[in-house]
Design a binder for this molecule. Structure first.
Ligand code: PEP
Ligand code: MG
Length: 544
């Protein structure tokens, strides 16, 4: 048995086989092949497999996110059948006697460059699709050797690290647990892992990655961050017992469903859930959350290989609002940039992306993207109780510009006789020290604040949330952060606005009482933490 220590980011235990997620090497190797015909046959086989995979993804997406969002996977299947694309790959294999992976990579580069050079923005965006289908082919080609025996068995996914876009692409029905060698606990990957409701450990180390093999049996303890590979009998049964006890605790929490979020002395607070996609609604309902306090809408963009259209977005927002049947749904406008990179945005590489061109800065400088999203949101507003929230605010002038765009969008919709609700709440995220410090000026301009403690911590303590090497310097309970939250709460209430917390700190039950004493009106947490937070609230007595 070998034991590795990482950081648990979602407490639960999993027992199963390891599947190492391999990423494509930056450069595909060129190798000489003797038999071009059999190499071409290998390519054909990989192509059929890729088309089959895409069909499965399409079927799943159709159920989860609707036809408009699923359509891209049908387009990818057609692209794989494209004659020019296929001719190019087969000709390279034949003429140069090279491996299929190399022929695909060269074709990918040629086609992607050709699309990128086109004037038409639609055709330009096809470059990302060519890259996507070619990556799939190359991965399929290199996995062909090992995945012959792959079954539907659930596995423990192990990887060096995962980008948010890779995490969303994982087939969640096949993931038992999730272990990465690197990564930090406040990264979006860790947040997504928590949202997936499965044991997750990050930062397990280089040695872990070097020593594990596909098919190794392992036990992942998401509570302690330990991973036992080829566990001995005693460890295995100890952890199975822990798994049983954990499941039992979660079962008991289910009994809180339908009960009020009220302290022993009668203080009420809303407990909402955070989601990243329409597919997460099931978990929100299963955990009986009072609403959605943060829908990270950028994941709609991450799941797509092109800008989601107004119609696609409208359908997604409408679905969330309808599913929540009148309960509050707060949708955050696009928060792309920093660690959430989307190819088709063509963002420049930055020295300090967390301090760079991201979120509202993109929206305010690329109004066509912002307005498309706002139109979709306003149109969807008639299907439920919508709140729109803007990320990364640092100044009053930014907020004035945002509100002016909202007015423009409303005016356009009125002119086109398109209905929208007049009860939409507008709010901002308090996730920069600047926003907290001028919260007295911002509060009169909005209906609510939502504190993004993940970024607020990063910016207040000058600690990059993506950097695992400085985790020891990240004190999430730092007095400076708590003071900024308290200051924002006071200013919100003074001007008639309400205030919630949607960062990960909202689920830290050792602070629930502190937040209640500050007058926080709402806590929005990963769906799996809703009942735990509710249980804590019901045990607090503020009169003491
Ligand atoms: C935050 O910063 O706390 C937040 C909720 O936003 P995100 O984690 O998506 O940056
Ligand atoms: Mg944030």
């Amino acid at each position: 048995m070998k034991t590795y220590q990482g950081k648990g980011v979602y407490g639960a235990v999993a027992v199963g086989k390891i599947s190492v997620l391999k990423k494509r090497d930056a450069a595909v190797k060129r190798t000489h092949v003797e038999n071009a015909e059999s190499e071409k046959a290998r390519f054909e086989q990989a192509k059929s497999l890729a088309i089959q995979q895409l069909q499965e993804i399409y079927d799943k997406a159709l159920k989860e996110v609707g036809e408009a969002n699923a359509a891209i996977f049908e387009i990818h299947q057609m692209m794989l059948e494209d004659d020019d694309y296929n001719d190019s790959i087969n000709t390279i294999i034949e003429n140069q006697s090279v491996n299929a992976e190399y022929a695909v990579a060269v074709t990918e580069d040629n086609f992607a460059e050709m699309f990128a050079a086109m004037d038409d923005t639609y055709m330009k965006a096809r470059a990302a699709d060519v890259r996507d289908i070619s990556n799939r082919l190359i991965n399929t080609l290199s996995e062909n050797i090992q995945t012959e025996t792959a079954s539907d068995e659930k596995v423990i996914i192990c990887a060096a690290d995962l980008a948010p876009s890779e995490t969303v692409a994982l087939d969640k029905d096949r993931v038992l647990a999730f272990v990465t060698a690197y990564g930090s606990s406040n990264s979006h990957t860790a947040i997504l892992a928590r949202n997936m409701n499965i044991p997750a450990v990050i930062s397990a180390g280089e040695k872990f990655l070097a020593e594990i093999r596909d098919g190794d049996e392992a036990v992942v303890d998401g509570y302690t961050g330990e991973i036992f590979v080829n566990p001995d009998k005693e460890t295995r049964s100890r952890l199975l017992e822990k798994q049983r006890a954990g499941d039992e605790k979660k079962r008991l929490l289910q009994e809180l469903k339908g009960k009020e979020n009220v302290t022993l002395d009668g203080c009420r607070i809303n407990v909402y859930a955070n989601i990243g996609s329409v597919g997460d609604i099931g978990k929100v309902l299963a955990n009986d959350a009072g609403g959605i306090g943060l829908f990270r809408s950028e994941f709609l963009y991450l799941e797509n290989s092109d800008y989601p259209t107004e119609e696609q977005q409208f359908n997604a927002y409408k679905k969330v609002l309808e599913s929540m049947a009148g309960k509050k749904v707060i949708i955050r406008t696009l928060d792309i940039g920093a660690d959430k990179q989307v190819d088709y945005f063509n963002l420049k590489k930055e020295e300090n992306p967390a301090l760079g061109y991201r979120a509202i800065r993109i929206c305010l400088t690329r109004p066509e993207i912002f307005k498309t999203q706002l139109r979709a949101l306003y149109r969807a507003s008639v299907f439920g109780s919508l709140g729109i929230m803007f990320p990364m605010i640092t100044s009053v002038s930014e907020l004035k510009r945002i509100l002016a765009v909202c007015d423009e969008v409303k005016e356009e919709l009125r002119e086109q006789c398109i209905e929208f609700s007049d009860k939409i709440e507008l709010g901002i995220m308090i996730e920069t020290p600047a926003a907290a410090l001028i919260s007295d000026k911002l509060a009169p301009m909005v209906d609510f604040f939502s504190v993004g403690t993940n970024d607020l911590t990063q910016y207040t303590l000058a600690c990059d949330r993506q950097n695992p090497d400085i985790e020891q310097f990240i004190d999430t309970h730092h007095e400076a952060i708590l003071r900024l939250i308290e200051m924002s709460a006071k200013n919100a209430h003074k001007h008639g606005a309400w205030i919630g917390i949607c960062g990960e700190l909202g689920a830290d039950t050792s602070l629930t009482e502190t937040f209640l004493r500050m007058g926080i009106d709402e806590l929005s947490v990963s769906p799996a933490f809703v009942l735990k937070v509710r249980d804590t609230i019901r045990s607090i007595d503020l009169s003491k």
